[in-house]
Design a binder for this molecule. Structure first.
Ligand SMILES: [Zn+2]
Length: 99
């Protein structure tokens, strides 16, 4: 199958940069290229869903520059099911009480 893709677009720079992102969701680990343009730059400060495992709430953590307009990033997720740390101070019986 032939696709006539003209690569004559040398001078036209595509806007934005690419984050080569690795999903950190356990069991996924997908790598995908996320193009950040001024239109969706809010992804950098917000959360997004992994395009593969569809897990929501991923935060993009830039990991450094890899090349021209190419950066590495990780999609990290907050641990879910963290036991709420209730302030349950158990009364210690048997402690010394000043009489
Ligand atoms: Zn994923």
């Amino acid at each position: 199958m032939q696709t006539a893709m003209s690569t004559a677009t040398k001078s036209t720079e595509r806007p934005g940069i690419v984050y080569r992102t690795i999903c950190q969701n356990p069991g996924c680990g997908a790598t995908f290229d996320l193009r950040i343009t001024p239109d969706n730059a809010s992804l950098l400060s917000g959360t997004m869903a992994c395009p593969r495992c569809r897990r929501h709430g991923g935060m993009l953590k830039p990991q450094g520059r890899q090349g021209n307009k190419l950066f590495a990033a990780k999609l990290v997720f907050r641990a879910t099911g963290v036991p709420s740390r209730a302030d349950d101070e158990e009364p210690l019986f048997g402690e010394d009480q000043p009489y």
